[in-house]
Write a protein that binds this ligand. Structure first.
Ligand code: HH2
Length: 289
């Protein structure tokens, strides 16, 4: 099914809780996984004081937002209950919001979303795109939080068991359109909603490459587009490199996505991606785009 543009204008701001973020320059979202089992940084930021230090470093390197997560979504990751998820992220969210960071919380649970906005989180990042717990959209609507809706097929335990699609870009675009419509139906303003094609979430390596190259199709939906290629396995499979050596691949994916219309980038290697995207943006400006 073709992706149909319903709003032609490219949004230049993203409405989040208590304000908005200008999309005039690329927005970097630094990844803070307070998990024992995340695929590239699992176990490194379990201690709240270490997490807060890591967040500060990412902000100094150019992160605009810190995305805090307490449940790994790597393929095959075990589920975590809400009590454990909050135990991992609650103290970190509390300290980061108190010191003025823009905090996003990476969760698919309404209960965690509610507690997070109660502690001052300004963005909710739902990797299930409202399929797991659609009331997250009600929490965004009530609080004014920005809402990132990610395309994923299946859940982390099953998502890599079937990565074949008839028309990958069309199916992902249609699903994102449906998720965004559901958010609006539950009271969100369209300007709160960001869409994300879900690189690696139920996608083959080739599929992930295709999604990065076709970001323009998702930008045509009329919501800002976020991409999360950071250190993911499609880079490893394409270049034959382990997780620790995927920074150049991450940069290439972010720059290509930027040129196709992505405006938000969820990454581990903030300094390197910041420099690359700022240069790409300067080139686009010099071209007059
Ligand atoms: N990818 C991951 C987690 N959250 N959120 C958005 N919006 N987009 C993504 O692509 C995305 C995401 C998975 O990566 P990571 O956090 O590095 O690993 P893990 O899930 O193992 O914690």
């Amino acid at each position: 099914m073709p992706v149909v543009a319903v709003e032609s204008a490219r949004p230049d701001r993203w409405k989040i809780r208590d304000g908005s973020i200008s999309l005039a320059r690329p927005i970097l979202i630094g990844i803070l996984n307070c998990t024992p089992d995340s695929f590239s940084d699992g176990g490194r930021y379990l201690d709240p004081s270490t997490s807060v230090r890591r967040a500060r470093v990412m902000e100094e390197e150019g992160a605009d937002v810190i995305d805090v997560g307490g449940e790994s979504t790597r393929p095959g990751a075990p589920a975590v209950d809400a009590t454990e998820e909050w135990r991992r992220i609650g103290p970190v969210v509390e300290v980061l919001t108190a010191r003025g960071s823009i905090v996003s919380v990476d969760t698919s649970k309404t209960e965690i979303a509610r507690r997070a906005v109660g502690e001052g989180a300004r963005i909710l990042n739902d990797v299930s795109g409202l399929r797991r717990d659609p009331e997250i959209a009600n929490v965004a609507a009530e609080s004014g939080a920005g809402l990132v809706l990610v395309h994923a097929r299946g859940d982390p335990r099953t998502m890599q068991s079937d990565v074949s699609y008839g028309d990958l870009v069309g199916e992902v675009g249609a699903a994102l359109r449906a998720s965004a419509d559901e958010a609006v139906r539950r009271g969100c303003e369209p300007s709160q909603v960001v869409v994300d094609p879900g690189i690696g979430f139920g996608k083959s390596a080739t599929g992930s490459l295709e999604l990065v190259g076709r970001v323009d199709a998702f930008a045509a939906l009329g919501h800002p587009v976020l991409v999360g290629p950071s250190r993911k396995s499609f880079i490893g499979e394409t270049l034959g490199l382990p997780v620790a050596q995927r920074v150049e691949g991450t940069i290439a994916a972010c720059v290509v996505a930027f040129l196709r219309g992505a405006r938000l980038f969820r990454v581990h290697d903030v300094r390197a991606v910041r420099r690359a995207l700022d240069l790409a943006a300067a080139i686009e400006t010099a071209r007059g785009d």
